[in-house]
Design a protein around this ligand. Structure first.
Ligand code: ACM
Ligand code: ZN
Length: 551
């Protein structure tokens, strides 16, 4: 719990003592993001209070986590947790959780009337998402005013995600964020029913994960001696660095799992590897000693696949990565790998001759396939950026389209699984307004909320090809984002838009999204999240902003 929330809980519980029982009315609106499949509003409401019990009638892996989430919310709004009583007979006035095996793994049904609430799901994940929806149904005043009884509008909701993969990528290479900030971002994702956290952990400018067998990756590779000023205009001359210990990684993976989010690590192979080369120069084509990169951009200096040592390195690193991350998918990068050095390198050229590879694109495909085979043998699957299509790709590789939707379309037509995260819609580091003078300095580009929302993951695909689209992802690269407040500002509410594409497709409607967003943004205020207000005119009002500050 953040300090702000701890204080809020304390204030509320203190005031509760004096003003026990004040009713917080509902405004009757059901504004949920992402949009649920079906919402039927009914007359009346349920009154949630501290004597309300939670009655789970089945056990499932993770159920404690779903209940803990709800009781954390209850601490905020009621100043105390609800009693969980699995064996309770009377369901009247309580929250009952029942199993319905006919529902999908993440689906739920919610039925609320004056006599109680019922959540139906087949797994704890479905229960967790029902509670996420329920949190958005609490009147905002429940979080900001002391009250002992809270109205929730009577309704029936049937809900299930359209896409199984709903992701967000956070770049730690250019700037690193603290474990607490990563966890805070995971909370934001959970609020949006996002279920994949793609953690970009290695870059030219910094290696961010402890690997026991290669200690220099963090001793040397995690620190750059300087960072660019502005858009590569100069250097600040200040050392910058940091990395996550394996213990911290485990902590983040567990925290995410408790929120039904899988952490997918990305280890960049074979490009974006200058920090690794600075640590172990023998992995490069020339063996030259480099420094960890101090400039943004695409670097020619990549790992040498002509040398067997490179594969030993990748396999060793991935072995430790697999021990840390239970995720079925491991992201192996593959983007922006210039072939300049490989063309001149005797080892690379000898490898190409031995393997009968026609060009350097095929040499990269050889790397991808060999690394994929290694991971497959250990029960894992790969995701790679869309450049893995060049030089030929195996059918079992999942392609993450970033350069444009056409690469995702190409992959789906080939029969490869695809995650759509084209920069045209999903790059959260791009400007969100044309009025760039009034925006924090950014890498460029232009992805307003409407454009993020406009993503159509099935564009140009027939029904057979559509089956290969696993889902969507928003990407937050951090060349120009060094503070967590700024990271949130770039993420919200564009990630809210992408989350709705992933969950609610094809029932999405931008006008309806804009009508529901103010309510979600109230929740952002409650939790102290920083967010962009371009499509929230009421929040641009300085009075409203001052109000939000008070919360
Ligand atoms: C990328 O933006 N280089 C994946
Ligand atoms: Zn080489």
């Amino acid at each position: 719990m953040s300090a702000k929330r701890t204080l809020l809980a304390f204030v509320i519980s203190t005031i509760l003592f004096a003003a026990c029982g004040k009713l917080i009315p509902t405004d009757g609106r059901i504004d949920i993001i992402p949009l649920p499949g079906k919402v039927t509003s009914n007359e009346g409401h349920f009154v949630l209070k501290s004597s309300t019990k939670i009655i789970p009638t089945f056990e499932a892996e993770g159920m404690q986590n779903a209940l803990a989430f709800w009781n954390d919310v209850m601490l905020d709004v009621l100043g105390q947790e609800l009693i969980v009583e699995p064996g309770a007979k009377s369901q009247s006035g309580n929250i009952t959780i029942v199993q319905d095996g006919t529902l999908g793994a993440e689906a739920y049904r919610l039925k609320i009337d004056k006599s109680g609430m019922q959540i139906a799901a087949s797994t704890a994940g479905g229960v967790f998402y029902a509670f996420q929806t329920l949190r958005q149904m609490l009147p905002t005043a429940a979080f900001t005013e002391a009250g002992g009884r809270i109205e929730i509008p009577a309704c029936e909701i049937e809900d299930a995600p359209h896409f199984e993969y709903r992701g967000f990528m956070f770049d730690m290479g250019r700037h690193i964020f603290s474990v607490q900030e990563v966890k805070d971002m995971i909370d934001i994702l959970a609020m949006h029913k996002i279920n994949k956290f793609h953690w970009h952990l290695t870059e030219d400018q910094g290696w961010r994960i402890e690997i026991k067998k290669y200690p220099k990756l963090t001793e040397i590779g995690s620190i750059r001696k300087s960072s660019p000023i502005g858009k590569n205009k100069g250097q600040d001359g200040k050392p910058y660095g940091g990395f996550f210990t394996q213990e911290e990684v485990r902590d983040v993976v567990k925290y995410a799992a408790e929120r039904f989010i899988t952490v997918i690590p990305e280890i960049e192979i074979p490009g974006h590897s200058v920090a690794a080369l600075a640590s172990y120069p023998e992995l490069g084509c020339t063996g030259e000693q480099y420094e960890v990169a101090t400039w943004w951009g695409v670097d020619d200096r990549v790992i040498c696949p002509g040398k067997e040592l490179a594969f030993t390195f990748w396999e060793d690193v991935l072995t430790e990565v697999m021990e840390l991350f239970p995720s079925e998918y491991i992201h192996i990068g593959g983007d922006e790998c210039p072939k300049t050095y490989w063309k001149k390198c005797p080892d690379c050229q000898a490898r190409m001759r031995r393997e009968g590879l026609k060009n350097e694109e095929e040499l990269q495909a050889y790397v991808t396939k060999r690394v994929e085979k290694f991971l497959n043998e250990h029960g894992r699957k790969i995701i790679g950026w869309d450049e893995i299509l060049q030089g030929g790709v195996t059918k079992s590789a999942t392609v993450m389209a970033w350069r444009g939707p056409q690469y995702g379309i190409e992959a789906a037509k080939l029969g490869n699984h695809v995650i759509m995260s084209p920069k045209t819609n999903c790059y959260l580091d791009y400007y969100q307004s044309r009025d760039v003078k009034n925006e924090p300095f950014s890498i460029g580009g232009y992805v307003p909320v409407e454009q993020a929302y406009a993503l159509d993951p099935y564009k140009e695909l027939n029904s057979e090809e559509q089956k290969y689209v696993l889902g969507v992802q928003g990407n937050l690269w951090t060349e120009y984002i060094s503070k967590y407040d700024h990271a949130m500002y770039m993420t919200l509410p564009r990630m809210s838009a992408i989350a709705e594409v992933g969950w609610s497709y094809p029932n999405k409607n931008y006008e309806s999204f804009l009508e529901r967003l103010p309510h979600l943004s109230d929740l952002f205020d409650v939790y102290g999240y920083n967010y962009a207000k371009h499509v929230l005119p009421e929040k641009q009002n300085p009075v409203a902003e001052a109000d939000a500050e008070q919360k």
